[in-house]
Write a protein that binds this ligand. Structure first.
Ligand code: UT7
Length: 329
């Protein structure tokens, strides 16, 4: 009798990249009407990294992707799928993913960008997982990379203090496991959602087909906050139900890093131990699609997340879009 097997997308390595320049809250307070106390109390952010000359979404993505391949021990040329999540591409087209592919010397495979703003990494991971499971590719890079500093209104204190630049990447490989192996690594369950009724709560007020300009980020922060807590708690529960697990089974939550108070409120709603939540918003601020893989790479490299751990990724952002993925490392 032949053994039943399942194909899973296994996370084999991670990497990240940050611009050279760190900007503290105190430095921002010299140019906009704000204080370090207000920013820390309302968001948990203490500093952010801001891209300088020569640093772009693609340069950060290439650095993160190279480190992820190194961590996995993969020849970058063996990558046959690159899905890059960004709302701040180098160019309107071609996709930034193709520039990463070129830099890695991985010509001829699949490479494209995904636009789901702060949930972009979750969407990109969902797409890559599906493509690996169906055999369209064997080794995938999933990248979140952003230079949000270039779409901020630096005179709007309600938004410019909240965001930063950076990139994170993971490499996944399709591997076969016995169908009844409950401890096999890989992506276990994913749920993604969008609701376009909420466009005006968080958007960039420009674009190629409307104004012909890049535009600036606009956000109704209080409303986004309220929806984020409800939507994230709901989608996390959906994924746990799909996986037939409970919050107590999760070893680590790697959330989108928008606001420390959202992380606390979501953990409380689910009855999750806050010590299991990876928090990097204090040092990275909100890096949109980059925030989840950046936080994951930090927790992998400092030894918190280990092989065998059950990790929940989650995010919510403009659209609205939101989602969660459960994976065993
Ligand atoms: O990544 C996508 C998802 N994004 C998010 O999840 C962001 C969600 N929202 C948030 O994180 C929070 O709503 C914020 C951090 C954006 C704001 O915190 P808040 O507690 O909701 O503050 P608020 O917007 O209600 O503003 C309170 C006050 C206002 O003054 P008044 O109207 O009460 O007099 C603001 O004008 O704080 C004022 N304010 C500031 N004061 C000092 C707003 N920004 C600043 C600032 N410095 N930078």
């Amino acid at each position: 009798m032949t053994e039943q097997t399942v194909r899973r997308a296994v996370i084999c390595g991670s990497g990240s990249a940050l611009p050279k320049r760190v900007v503290s809250n105190a430095e921002l307070a010299t140019t906009v009407d704000t204080t370090d106390e207000w920013i820390v109390e309302r968001s948990g952010i203490r500093q952010r990294y801001i891209a300088g000359e020569g640093e772009t979404t693609s340069t950060l993505a290439i650095e993160a992707a190279t480190k992820a391949c190194e961590a996995a021990g993969f020849d970058p040329a063996s990558i046959d799928l690159i899905v890059l999540a960004t709302a701040t591409p180098d160019h309107t087209f071609p996709a930034t993913a193709t520039q990463v592919q070129h830099a890695l010397g991985a010509h001829g495979g699949i490479a494209f960008d995904v636009a789901a703003v702060c949930s972009g990494f979750l969407y990109a991971l969902g797409v890559a997982d599906s493509m690996l499971k169906t055999g369209m590719a064997r080794r995938a890079l999933v990248i979140g990379a952003e230079t949000f500093s270039r779409i901020l209104d630096w005179e709007d204190r309600t938004t410019c203090v909240l965001f930063g630049d950076g990139a994170g990447a993971i490499v996944l490989e399709a591997q076969e496991f016995a169908a009844d192996d409950a401890t096999a690594p890989g992506v276990i369950a994913t749920r993604l959602h969008a609701d376009g009724r909420y466009k005006d709560m968080l958007l960039v007020d420009g674009g190629p087909s409307t104004t012909g300009t890049v535009g600036k980020l606009r956000m109704k922060g209080r409303e986004v906050f309220r929806h984020a807590v409800v939507n994230l708690a709901t989608v996390l529960q959906e994924v746990l139900t799909d996986a037939e697990l409970t919050a107590a089974d999760i070893d680590w939550v790697v959330p989108h890093q928008a606001n420390a108070r959202i992380l606390d409120a979501t953990a409380r709603k689910l009855g999750l131990d806050p010590a299991k939540v990876v928090v990097t918003v204090d040092r990275h601020a909100n890096t949109s699609a980059a925030s989840v893989p950046l936080a994951f790479d930090v927790a992998i490299r400092d030894g918190r997340i280990k092989a065998g751990d059950l990790v929940m990724f989650e995010a919510m952002g403009g659209g609205f879009t939101w989602g969660a993925t459960l994976a065993r490392i």
